[in-house]
Design a protein around this ligand. Structure first.
Ligand code: OXC
Length: 310
């Protein structure tokens, strides 16, 4: 059975439902071009700030069998460099998603205004980086989130999405859903890393990464249930009206299938992309196609949200 892995989000067609998560192999021009040349269904930029940033001190990324911990601290080229690159990146013939961060509210507006002029296909507003010392994750404050999103919505003309942190209580899903509805967010990327985890190396009696005393965002296989729960919760709250990009714990085709069942329209990969390189896209496509075909589904849309409850 022929499987078509293309998908549509906020009116934009993606040739494949797999893409990189902001942060994974997407900081430099070379990495972004690598995504363009790969089978990724989109090019997602690193979350950009006003000034170029080196990021946090190294070591700041550590992978282990269950996943990864990172505290990169938003190393990026600065928004002007990414804005300039967008037209070139679009020539690869797949959507370009500009990920916008900011160290304060006016930054988001300034970056979004300039980047929007270069016509990325979508803008993803990152409200959930856990790794900037002294800066709490905006996504955990509904009022702050609403203010930022409202202002960004007011200055851009392309579809706006938001990358949220994981929530662990239905009251928080509900509160943020009301914000998303009021502001008119057009897609959700769920979830950012599980912030402020701590990985310990018992042999060295040491933390695994240097910044913030070893605290950092967890990613990879271990966070899949948290990611699935957030995809499912928002899918149900919006009854499928707002497209969701599932992020978290996708290591193989079955993981991607689980995200689709929970309600995702597409998925992003982080840890597995860093560990395996862009050839991961081809493997994941093959594995997901095999699962869908075995189950009698012809596309990701055919199984979207179809998770059974007992
Ligand atoms: N999430 C982000 O949003 N940013 C990066 N890490 C992460 O887990 C970072 O740059 O620290």
């Amino acid at each position: 059975m022929a499987i078509d892995l293309s998908t549509t989000i906020a009116g934009v067609r993606f040739p494949s439902c797999f893409m990189n998560a902001a942060g994974a192999l997407c900081v430099t021009e070379e990495e972004l071009r690598g995504l363009g040349l790969s089978r990724a269904g989109a090019i997602v930029t690193k979350s950009m700030t006003i000034e170029p940033r080196f990021g946090n001190p190294e070591p700041r990324y550590y992978a282990f069998p269950g996943g990864s911990i990172n505290s990169m601290g938003l190393p990026n080229l600065g928004y002007a460099a990414y804005a300039k690159l967008i037209p070139t990146l679009k020539e690869f013939g797949k959507p370009v998603i500009a990920s916008v961060a900011g160290l304060c509210e006016p930054d988001f507006v300034k970056i979004a205004t300039v980047v929007n002029e270069r016509r990325p296909d979508l803008i993803e507003v990152n409200l959930s980086c856990p790794n900037i010392p002294g800066k709490p994750q905006i996504g955990y404050d509904a009022e702050d989130s609403e203010r930022v999103l409202d202002q960004v919505r007011g200055v851009i003309t392309v579809p706006m999405g938001v990358k949220l942190p994981p929530y662990f209580d239905p009251a928080h899903h509900e509160k943020m859903a009301r914000v998303i509805e009021r502001v008119g967010v057009e897609f959700l990327s769920l979830i950012n890393s599980v912030g402020n985890g701590l990985v310990v190396d018992p042999e060295r009696e040491s933390v695994a990464i240097k910044p913030k005393g070893g605290f950092g965002g967890l990613g990879g296989a271990m966070i899949k249930p948290v990611a699935l729960a957030n995809v499912r919760a928002f899918w149900k709250l919006f009854q499928g009206r707002i497209p969701i990009i599932g992020v978290g714990g996708i290591v193989n085709g079955t993981d991607a299938f689980e995200h689709l069942l929970c309600g995702a329209s597409a998925v992003q990969i982080g840890t597995v992309l860093v560990e395996e390189g862009t050839r991961a896209f081809e493997r994941l496509e093959q594995e997901l196609s095999a699962v869908l075909s075995r189950k009698g589904y012809t596309s990701p849309a055919a199984c979207r949200g179809k998770l059974k409850e007992l």
